[in-house]
Write a protein that binds this ligand. Structure first.
Ligand code: GLA
Length: 385
């Protein structure tokens, strides 16, 4: 294995363990996870691989094929503000959960095939892969769900991105030929089969990079909190309610006028998006792909107009997709502000749609977008060393 020799070149010995964790495409349920709502991701065949072995002492040495070398002391992980924080954060979180010494000296070699800053969850793939690697190397015996929780805590607390559970859960618990309906209130995961569903996933990169920690993500989180607090203050949700998930569509009219217009629209997006996730699950069960597509496109309109996280390049990609008769529906996937769009298309027309979107975008933007035909993939796990 080529990667094996890369590890040997970096550390002068063979790895004892190798793991992988995939990126994800979220079909629908965007910006709902941190308000305890519903999401519907699919783990995809682009993943991050970590080769690892225990080392004497307490140094964790890391070589990333993309980012270079870094190291830290497993006893004192301290945020530095770069990619290494995703590794340090996992070590820190495991130490807090299992006691100091859960992670000690180790060598890690990392390579990612998840396009970065594309909204395909490259950071969660990294965090989940590192969590699996430490689990294997130090014999921690944690379940995939627990390792997803570790990766989530690492990114939200240690790295400082106040994100929800969507990405690490999709990466750790994904299943081939399934999307996962995740209820972010109780973290319940229901796999929904798509193996027999005649649909292909095309993902088009707008060329606009997005950086979660620097973007307006935290602002949206705060706006949603403000909407929820206002709804609670006037009794639109039960007194013991904890999130916008508890606001019924019927309460929205009451909320208007009590909060600023943007804050009202953020709430309207979250409420309508949760309903769209349920509706997509129903339409999938009925094999009604036209309806699935309409719901995706309605989700895009809501992200564009109410949540205001789309950008003109993403709108254009969606518009081009929706113009093609073999496209069921299109929407941005991930947090927005750039990154990728998802197009659900008839499999026999995947190539034609790819050409259509690339051409149309190139003509108007002067730039040919990368279009990936992604397949569903298993969640994180071991690979042969
Ligand atoms: C990012 C976050 C997720 C989720 C999405 C938006 O990917 O990491 O937790 O909030 O944005 O749906």
């Amino acid at each position: 294995m080529q990667r094996d020799s890369d590890f040997r070149q970096a550390f002068g010995r063979s790895p004892t363990h190798a793991v992988r964790a995939p990126g994800r495409v979220n079909w629908i349920g965007e910006h709902t996870d941190y308000e305890e709502g519903l999401v519907l991701p699919c783990a995809v065949d682009r993943d991050t691989t970590v080769l690892a072995g225990q080392a004497p002492g307490h140094r964790v040495r890391v070589v990333s094929a993309a980012f270079g070398k870094a190291e830290f002391d497993a006893r004192t992980p301290t945020p530095k503000g770069g990619w290494i924080d995703y590794v340090q954060g996992v070590a820190d979180t495991l130490g807090r959960r299992l006691g100091p010494g859960a992670v000690a000296g180790a060598d890690l070699w990392i390579e990612s095939r998840v396009p970065p800053e594309a909204g395909l969850s490259s950071s969660a793939a990294l965090g989940v892969a590192v969590a699996f690697a430490f689990d294997r190397v130090f014999g921690l015996g944690l379940s995939p769900r627990e390792l997803a929780e570790v990766a989530h805590e690492s990114e939200s607390r240690f790295v400082g991105v106040g994100c929800g559970i969507l990405d690490p859960f999709a990466s750790a618990l994904g299943q081939p030929d399934h999307v996962l309906r995740i209820d972010c209130r109780d973290a319940g995961v229901t796999p929904i089969a798509i193996g027999q569903t005649p649909v292909a996933m095309l993902v088009a990169h707008s060329g606009v990079p997005r950086r979660l920690a620097e973007g307006g993500y935290q602002e949206r989180v705060s706006e949603c909190r403000a909407a929820f607090e206002a709804a609670r203050a006037v009794g639109l949700v039960r007194p013991d309610a904890t999130a916008l998930r508890d606001l019924a569509a019927g309460g929205l009219a009451e909320l208007a006028g009590r909060v600023s217009d943007p804050v009202f629209r953020r709430a309207r997006h979250v409420v309508s998006e949760n309903a769209r996730v349920e509706a997509v699950c129903t339409a999938l069960a009925e094999g009604d792909l036209a309806r699935v597509g309409q719901l995706l496109s309605a989700g895009q309109a809501s992200l564009r107009d109410d949540f205001e996280v789309s950008v003109p390049e993403l709108d254009l990609l969606c518009q081009l997709g929706d113009e093609h008769e073999a496209v069921y529906g299109s929407r941005l996937t991930g947090a927005g502000w750039g990154g990728c769009t998802l197009h659900l298309v008839r499999p026999d027309e995947a190539e034609a749609v790819t050409a259509w979107i690339s051409e149309g975008f190139a003509q108007r933007q002067g730039l040919r977008p990368e279009v990936f035909h992604l397949r569903s993939a298993p969640g994180a796990g071991d690979v042969l060393v």
